[in-house]
Design a protein around this ligand. Structure first.
Ligand SMILES: [Mn+2]
Length: 359
């Protein structure tokens, strides 16, 4: 793991060199963790060609030293800004890149005020670009998260009953994941039954499940910081023709997208494989979101599988493939897998059956 951390730092320094930048301040927690190993909730990572300085407060002294052995740890006692100004002047930093889509406007103002001699350069997506392609260790961790997630789903099938509330179902899933080495859920578990299935992000309510409803179950464990993301839609006790028809459309769309995933294909082509199928079937307007997104330290990250996204897929990228149809007043169906792009195609990390399950 230690070597990996150094490799990531080296690769990031190459990017800085290309940008012609002598210093970069990482403030986004996932990016900080990726480059330093530090998992604490508060801190900044300053990277220069020679140094990686992790500035954090007294609560994290021990943890930072353990988790980020490649960094110089600087525990600030008073104000962060004072410590940061001193560090910048010690390192003779003249220009500082920062994460413009994360640093708050307030902090930016403070930097302008307190770092009079430092030119500030707003940048976007530098670390995120590196994080798109996962290394072996990251893939292993996502795979673990996926295994825990799928196990929770299988467990639920054995205990799911009419009369349980959506919240109760979410609690069963989350309890199982935590009990089986998953951290806190990667996101709020979605349990959306019947008409509520038409809400793509219908988080669980106290509505009780009824016979004949379809239930969208979207869950993800987190394992050592890494997320999985997985959805299946099941029927409670019985299924009607319409439900089966919509389900099979989504299933076919998902299969078509999985088939085209391989290195060299663009994100929008993968999205298009599913989208054009649903459009031709006359249901295009009911597929209301992107086909998928990257998964890693964040549950939603780059690349996005969506129209107009020209990112070219590479081995090691981990993405979700999750077409859905949402019919207001009727309900919805979504089928989602987390997959890793391989040399020749993709490997599904959540290999749970896609037959329509009647529970
Ligand atoms: Mn997802």
């Amino acid at each position: 793991m230690k070597d990996l951390q150094q490799q990531r730092l080296e690769r990031f320094r190459e990017i800085l060199a290309k940008e012609g930048l002598e210093a970069f301040l990482v403030s986004k927690p996932e990016n900080r963790r990726y480059l330093s190993g530090f998992t604490g909730s508060s801190g900044f990572l300053l990277i220069t060609p020679q140094e990686a300085v992790l500035l954090t407060d007294g609560r994290y002294e021990q943890q930072a030293c353990q988790e980020a052995p490649d960094c110089r740890i600087l525990i600030y006692k008073g104000e962060f800004l004072e410590a940061f100004r001193e560090t910048c002047s010690d390192l003779q930093i003249r220009e500082l890149g920062f994460e413009k889509d994360h640093l708050t406007y307030y902090m930016f103002e403070q930097f302008e005020k307190n770092l009079a001699k430092v030119k500030l350069r707003p940048l976007s997506g530098l670390v995120e670009g590196l994080r798109m392609v996962k290394d072996q260790e990251e893939i292993r961790l996502i795979q673990e998260a996926a295994v825990i997630t799928c196990a929770a789903f299988w467990y639920l099938l054995g205990v799911l009953e009419e009369g349980q509330s959506e919240q109760e179902v979410a609690a069963i899933l989350e309890f199982f994941m935590r009990k089986n080495r998953g951290g806190p859920p990667a996101f709020e578990t979605i349990v959306a039954a019947g008409e509520r299935g038409a809400l793509p992000h219908g988080v669980a309510t106290d509505q009780k499940l009824r016979r004949g409803q379809m239930v969208v179950l979207d869950l993800g464990a987190r394992y050592q910081g890494y997320a999985a993301d997985f959805t299946r839609t099941v029927c409670l006790r019985r299924v009607d023709r319409r439900q089966r028809e919509i389900y099979e459309l989504v299933r076919e769309a998902q299969g078509r997208a999985l088939e085209v995933i391989r290195p060299g294909v663009t994100a929008s082509e993968v999205d298009g494989a599913a989208r054009s199928f649903l459009q031709e079937a006359g249901y295009g307007e009911f597929f209301t979101h992107a086909l998928g997104h990257g998964v890693g330290l964040s549950v939603h990250e780059e690349p996005r599988l969506a129209p107009g996204q020209e990112v070219v897929l590479e081995p090691g990228m981990v993405v979700t493939v999750e077409p859905g149809l949402y019919l207001p007043g009727w309900g919805g169906v979504r089928i989602e897998d987390t997959v890793v792009v391989t040399e020749t195609g993709c490997e599904v990390l959540t290999p749970v059956t896609k037959d329509l399950l009647i529970v």
